[in-house]
Design a binder for this molecule. Structure first.
Ligand code: GDP
Length: 180
């Protein structure tokens, strides 16, 4: 009976997939975001931790998400394009409360997008840590990151609090929208 129900569910709700690259400076909140997206209500499938990146594969709302959480430290940034090549979409996480490093975050984003491997891939820029008082407004962050100069990728930018499950629903919607 259980098998029949699962079969019917998969028939009416076929599984979709998306390979995503999550990048950003260290401490931006990438790992926190992935952990929040994974729990609860996700069926955990696999994880492959390495020094350079963490790969997590899990299912949420019938979408299999394979997420590469890349190390943000300077020594790992040159590897970002290589992993972008095998990803279908890119999430760039920014600490919107870190005014000292917002310019650097913008520079690294623009450096990444210069690579052919990233061209035309859907890009989600997340202004994270909006629960911290005095975080940058969306307008301030847009200007500091020079998002208006990005025309190589379909871009969506949204504020988020990665520690808060409810706040990540919009991220999940974006992921579902780009899954195939
Ligand atoms: P990563 O280096 O980009 O993977 O960053 P982490 O996910 O390890 O997060 C770095 C720090 O920021 C940790 O102490 C997190 O708990 C914290 N953090 C992440 N997201 C948020 C958020 O939305 N709000 C707040 N206040 N702290 C956050």
């Amino acid at each position: 009976m259980g098998n029949l129900i699962a079969l019917l569910q998969s028939f009416f709700n076929p599984t979709r997939k998306l390979d995503v690259l999550i990048v950003g400076l260290e401490n931006a909140g990438k790992t926190t975001l992935v952990n929040t997206l994974m729990n609860p209500n996700s069926s955990y499938m696999d994880t492959t931790p390495t020094i350079k990146f963490d790969m997590k594969i899990f299912t949420r709302d019938n979408v299999v998400l394979k997420i590469l959480d890349m190390g943000g430290q300077e020594r790992f940034r040159e590897d970002w394009p290589e992993y972008a090549a095998v990803s279908e979409a890119i999430i760039y996480v920014v600490d919107s409360a870190d005014r000292d490093r917002i310019k650097r975050a913008g520079e690294e984003l623009h450096n990444l997008l210069e690579w052919k491997q990233c061209e035309k891939k859907p890009l989600l820029v997340l202004l994270n840590k909006t629960d911290i008082p005095n975080h940058m407004t969306a307008t301030e962050a847009h200007q500091a990151l020079k998002l208006n100069k990005i025309d190589s990728n379909p871009l969506v930018c949204m504020p988020v609090t990665a520690t808060n499950l409810a706040s990540t629903i919009t991220v999940l919607d974006w992921l579902k929208q780009h899954s195939k």
